[in-house]
Design a protein. Structure first.
Length: 541
């Protein structure tokens, strides 16, 4: 993903650099002429991109000045330039340009407050920590004990981020040491051993403080498949839109938010952007939780100049007020767990070898021939959303257990080529909802939500691309599912099964004497994403 132009400004003064909104400074109809554009176009395609870029520039200025109405107006003209209503979808060079344009618009609309609720910010923490971070419970005695512990341990807590010790931090430190949370904190710290060495390496390469790795502890407790009700995913809890903005692929076949190293690289770049925007790590962390737009507006509204001043107001919610104190408490504990009463044995760092696959194969077949547990392959490749590896021109790097390289190479040669799940892309229209889009293509809304890592009630924006499972989306010329296809999906005998915690589609298929492919087909699922509590139809034996 190409970086979004014009946002890497240090300090809150970025807002003051834009004295007036674009709508107030440019007459209607002359916006493209009022900004610097590329040299004279040599083709209609170049002229279109130049026109769209000019409107985008005006919308960007309005968004940064806080004029969302004006920003939406120019952003709409920009999208209309490359995607006329009723016109064909962009192709070739224009397709890549329009995709980058749309993603950039989402970022600037977030700054102006247009789309935060639609999923441009994280806004969640690890479920087991959420209650305590939202409203930390600690007695005065526990807080005083934490203060005493800090006094004697501060010299050993050598960190590369600023450490402030105040009542908010002590309250979280005491809460983390409580009976109710001690076991969960210890488990998360133990899991950190798998990922922290890799995170430190990536952060060093990107020029970030190593101790920011504990943000992942607060976000997910280092669980690669952690998922919030807002569709944030992975150890860094990226929303789909923010993940794409920072180069993470997300489609029906892979979700790179689940790949710890790829997501860490994206998190490093996002955090670097936030630090450039605020010139303060505490404010950058608050923005990681709440969204930069909310923090910028809260500071503008309250006149606060730093995080602690902002946290003393009601301009940000309690979870964000306690997010930085929770991070600081986690950093202190991680530096000296035994001092704070935690008996932690770090899990060994994840180790693997890599085999580049030049074609798609089924992991089930690969594991069977190589005599490897299928779950080992899936655990090492959490970004895969089905049992079939993707087909990519440059090949796909499959992670395999150390020592199994030769076996898997032989198994790959003997495995038949598999066909990855197929999807088509729908572009959301004005006023669309996920349910309306699903109805248009004759697909269950649950299937569309699952493939796009959204909830069935998630909002969609005009111009947003939504994946539609192709096998379930067979349509007639009028755009409705054929009656024959409907009968085929509903008339086959089946029984119902409620998904339990820890279940995988492969385990469910084995337990019921069927195959993953049949479960996907009868449920109209395009991917292998299931969650505890889901009801699945199981084909009769």
């Amino acid at each position: 993903m190409r970086p979004v132009p014009g946002v890497a400004h240090k300090g809150i003064a970025v807002l003051a650099a834009f004295l007036t909104g674009a709508c107030a400074s440019a007459p209607s109809g002359s916006s493209a002429a009022s900004v610097a554009v590329s040299p004279p176009a040599v083709s209609e395609e170049d002229r279109t991109m130049s026109r769209a870029s000019g409107e985008f520039a005006l919308g960007r200025e309005a968004a940064l000045a806080g004029d969302i109405t004006c920003a939406r107006y120019h952003f709409g003209l920009s999208i209309d330039a490359v995607r006329p209503v009723g016109g064909p979808a962009p192709r070739g060079r224009m397709q890549g340009f329009s995709h980058d344009l749309y993603e950039s618009i989402q970022r600037y609309e977030a700054l102006a407050g247009a789309t935060e609720e639609a999923g441009t910010s994280h806004g969640e923490v690890a479920p087991e920590l959420a209650a305590e971070i939202e409203s930390p419970a600690a007695s005065p005695e526990a807080i005083e004990n934490a203060r005493s512990a800090i006094d004697s341990a501060i010299s050993t807590a050598l960190t590369d981020v600023p450490v402030v010790i105040n009542d908010k931090v002590l309250r979280l430190l005491a809460a983390f040491q409580s009976e109710g949370l001690r076991g969960k904190i210890a488990a998360g710290l133990a899991r950190s051993g798998r990922y922290v060495p890799m995170i430190h390496r990536v952060f060093e390469e990107e020029g970030l403080p190593r101790d920011l790795a504990m943000i992942a502890f607060i976000e997910s407790s280092f669980l690669p498949h952690a998922r919030s009700h807002m569709a944030a995913h992975g150890i860094w809890q990226f929303m789909p839109r923010t993940g794409r903005q920072y180069g993470l692929k997300f489609n029906g076949i892979v979700d790179e938010r689940s790949d710890p190293e790829k997501a860490t690289r994206a998190a490093a770049r996002y955090l670097a952007y936030l630090h450039e925007l605020f010139d303060d790590w505490y404010l950058a962390m608050a923005a990681y939780n709440a969204g930069e737009g909310k923090i910028l507006r809260a500071m503008q509204r309250t006149g606060a100049h730093d995080f602690w001043e902002l946290a003393g107001t009601r301009a940000i919610r309690s979870q964000t007020q306690n997010y930085v104190p929770a991070f600081l408490a986690a950093v202190l504990i991680s530096k000296n767990p035994s001092h704070y009463g935690f008996d932690v044995l770090l899990e060994p760092p994840l180790a693997h070898e890599t085999l580049r696959l030049g074609r798609s194969v089924n992991l089930e077949h690969l594991a069977g021939v190589a005599a490897l547990p299928l779950e080992d392959l899936r655990a090492l490749n959490p970004e895969l959303r089905s049992l079939v590896t993707p087909h990519q021109p440059e090949g796909y790097d499959l992670k395999i257990p150390v020592g199994a390289l030769d076996m898997v190479r032989i198994a790959f040669a003997a495995s038949p080529t598999a066909r990855p799940p197929e999807y088509r892309t729908a572009v959301a229209r004005k006023g669309d909802t996920l349910k309306r889009i699903a109805r248009r293509y004759g697909v269950p809304v649950s299937a569309v939500a699952s493939v796009n890592a959204l909830s069935t009630r998630s909002r969609v924006s005009r111009g947003q691309e939504i994946l539609i499972p192709a096998k379930v989306a067979a349509v007639t010329t009028k755009g409705t599912t054929s009656s024959r296809a409907r009968v085929a999906r509903t008339s086959a005998p089946h029984k119902s099964y409620k998904v339990r915690s820890g279940d995988t589609l492969y385990q469910i298929a084995l337990r019921h004497g069927t195959t993953v492919a049949k479960i996907l087909a009868i449920n109209g699922l395009g991917g292998a994403v299931i969650r505890p509590g889901d009801r699945l139809k199981i084909p009769a034996k």
